[in-house]
Design a protein around this ligand. Sequence first.
Ligand code: HEC
Length: 132
Amino acid sequence: MRILIVFAVLLTLAYSCSEDAPAPAIPSDPDRFVVDGIDTLTGLIAQGDYLLVRGNCLACHSANLITQQGATAAGWREMIHWMQEKQGLTDLGELEEPIVAYLATYYAPVETGRRRPLGEVEWYRLNTDQAD
Ligand code: HEC
């Protein structure tokens, strides 16, 4: 009798394990992790084509490498080509343009270290009459 019960329990367990697991839900709203304009999964600014960056740029390193950078479109393109040449990043094809555009827009060169705009400067005439 005891053996029968053990058998029944095992059978029930086996059956419940073999049931097809429900298919994972396909994310219908990719923006659902956005809080205060930031994609909380990655830290990326959740504007424009950030999902392309999330989908193509985070296989090898975290988004921190990206979010702490600032560069022009040319600078971003250069980094991407460097990773393609040296680090095995695959050709992004037609996605390169929107990815570079996103990066150059939301991760532009940082302004610190540059001189202030000349708006409040008081100009004076340089004395060039020294020969007289
Ligand atoms: C195939 C792997 C791979 C992928 C995919 C990848 N990277 Fe990288 N990336 C690297 C490696 C390796 C480094 C160097 C990491 C280090 O220095 O610790 C790097 C470094 C960087 C850096 C820092 C560069 C610097 O000069 O400090 C940035 C910014 C960057 N990646 C952006 C991107 C962007 C944007 C994408 C998507 C277009 C991307 N990465 C996709 C491998 C990759």
